[in-house]
Design a protein around this ligand. Structure first.
Ligand SMILES: *[C@@H]1O[C@H](CO)[C@@H](O)[C@H](O)[C@H]1NC(C)=O
Ligand SMILES: *[C@@H]1O[C@H](CO)[C@@H](O)[C@H](O)[C@H]1NC(C)=O
Ligand SMILES: *[C@@H]1O[C@H](CO)[C@@H](O)[C@H](O)[C@H]1NC(C)=O
Ligand SMILES: *[C@@H]1O[C@H](CO)[C@@H](O)[C@H](O)[C@H]1NC(C)=O
Ligand SMILES: *[C@@H]1O[C@H](CO)[C@@H](O)[C@H](O)[C@H]1NC(C)=O
Length: 367
């Protein structure tokens, strides 16, 4: 079968050539025919080059689409489905007074003046060290002895006794202390309405917050993923039941004239207010708005709810770029939210680098 001049070609290879020509003649893929036909070598090379180029181009396009599927398998589409307002909790409202001390307990101006005159008692020096943790000035004398308990005691004793005058929500007008719980943030003692209780927010052996921030309420009928599962009106956390100014959450705050000073809050007086999700621990320094003294501020809340479909669960968290509640257990928090995770992350880093954590960070009780 071997022809002249192709003496070295073995029969199998010859057969392959025939098959290839036949394939080129009959295939529907454009361009192959010109390679198989009896054309000049230059022409065939020309076509081969173009065919190869187009195949590479196609391959690249397929790769791009494949890559997109692997890396971004989750698409976000907005379906404008109305949800009843009752399905979502009212946001938590955290209020941090800028006047952090009751001056009759701890006159920071007087103590700073005494410090300048170098006539300061040891107790006052210790107090100013504690105060510098929540104020902008820095005075931390290493020779003084500081303790965690001493710091909490100082904060508890020297905070203004009451910053609320009147509160109402959904036609209830209780004593404001029923609504607001003291919590500890970077700003010192703040007061939070509708935030989850310590027992529901933090794991059991985590030490955090003011000693009198205690509660035994257990969360029921609500979680972030399934929403409210019961139909009663008064839930915990509270729902937003009605809309409008008339049903608003209303707070009147007070600051004693004698408690206003300008050393600690550095010129800014009034209150810092943060609205956040009830299961998030608030980060005051990152986002807040300021309510000045002697003025009224009205806020409008427009909730946006993004639901994730069940189908997304089968993707790995790394590919879908988010976690479900059960997928990322935190060391300090019972509930996973991005804000809580970030706070924990900061705590981890602080612990790694300093061997201790800031007073506004959770820490584990030694077992
Ligand atoms: C605090 O100290 C300053 C300066 O010594 C004084 O003017 C002010 O009256 C004191 N305030 C109170 C509430 O004692
Ligand atoms: C230091 O403070 C004491 C009282 O706290 C006062 O009697 C004394 O005069 C002060 N000394 C100076 C130098 O200011
Ligand atoms: C720190 O306190 C010690 C003793 O109370 C005192 O001698 C020293 O001057 C203080 N240092 C500063 C920087 O205030
Ligand atoms: C905090 O201070 C109040 C008085 O201002 C006191 O009744 C309460 O027992 C203190 N709590 C703690 C844990 O020290
Ligand atoms: C913090 O560290 C602990 C272990 O020490 C770990 O289990 C936890 O996941 C870390 N948290 C974050 C947010 O990385």
């Amino acid at each position: 079968m071997s022809g002249k001049g192709q003496g070295k070609t073995r029969p199998q290879e010859k057969r392959l050539m025939v098959y290839f020509r036949e394939y080129c003649d009959y295939t529907g893929i454009h361009g192959f025919r010109y390679i198989g036909e009896d054309r000049t070598l230059a022409e065939r090379i020309w076509w081969t080059i173009w065919l190869l180029l187009s195949m590479i181009f196609c391959g690249l396009m397929v790769y791009q689409i494949f890559d997109k599927y692997i890396n971004y398998p989750v698409l976000i589409t907005f379906s404008m489905k109305e949800t009843r307002l009752q399905q979502i909790p009212f946001p938590a409202v955290t209020i941090c007074p800028r006047a952090k001390f009751s001056l009759s307990h701890f006159n920071i101006t007087a103590v700073l003046e005494k410090m300048k005159a170098d006539n300061i008692t040891e107790e006052e020096a210790q107090k100013i060290g504690y105060a510098s943790a929540v104020c902008e000035f820095s005075h931390f004398n290493k020779t003084e002895s500081y303790s965690r308990e001493g710091f909490y005691k100082f904060l508890n004793e020297s905070r203004p006794s009451s910053i609320f005058k009147y509160c109402s929500y959904l036609e209830k007008e209780p004593d404001c202390t029923e609504f607001f719980k003291p919590i500890l943030t970077e700003e010192g003692v703040c007061y939070s309405f509708n935030i989850l209780d310590k027992t529901d927010m933090f794991r059991d052996n985590v030490e955090f917050n003011l000693p009198d921030f205690h509660s035994t309420s257990q969360i029921q009928h609500w979680d972030v993923e399934s929403g409210f599962t019961a139909s009663q009106i008064h839930t915990y956390p509270q729902r937003a039941l009605r809309i409008g100014q008339k049903n608003a959450f209303y707070v009147l705050m007070k600051t004693r004239k004698s408690d206003i000073e300008y050393e600690c809050p550095m010129g800014e007086s009034g209150y810092r207010v943060i609205l956040h999700f009830p299961s998030c621990y608030p980060d005051v320094t990152e986002n807040h708005f300021t309510v000045p003294l002697g003025q009224s501020v009205t806020g409008v809340i427009i909730p946006h709810m993004i639901k994730t479909s069940e189908g997304v669960k089968r993707f790995h968290p790394q590919t879908r770029d988010c976690y479900f509640q059960s997928e990322r257990p935190l060391k300090y928090f019972k509930v996973y939210t991005q804000a809580n995770c970030l706070l924990e992350c900061k705590t981890n880093y602080t612990l790694d680098i300093c061997g201790c954590v800031g007073f506004h960070m959770p820490s584990k009780l030694s077992e």
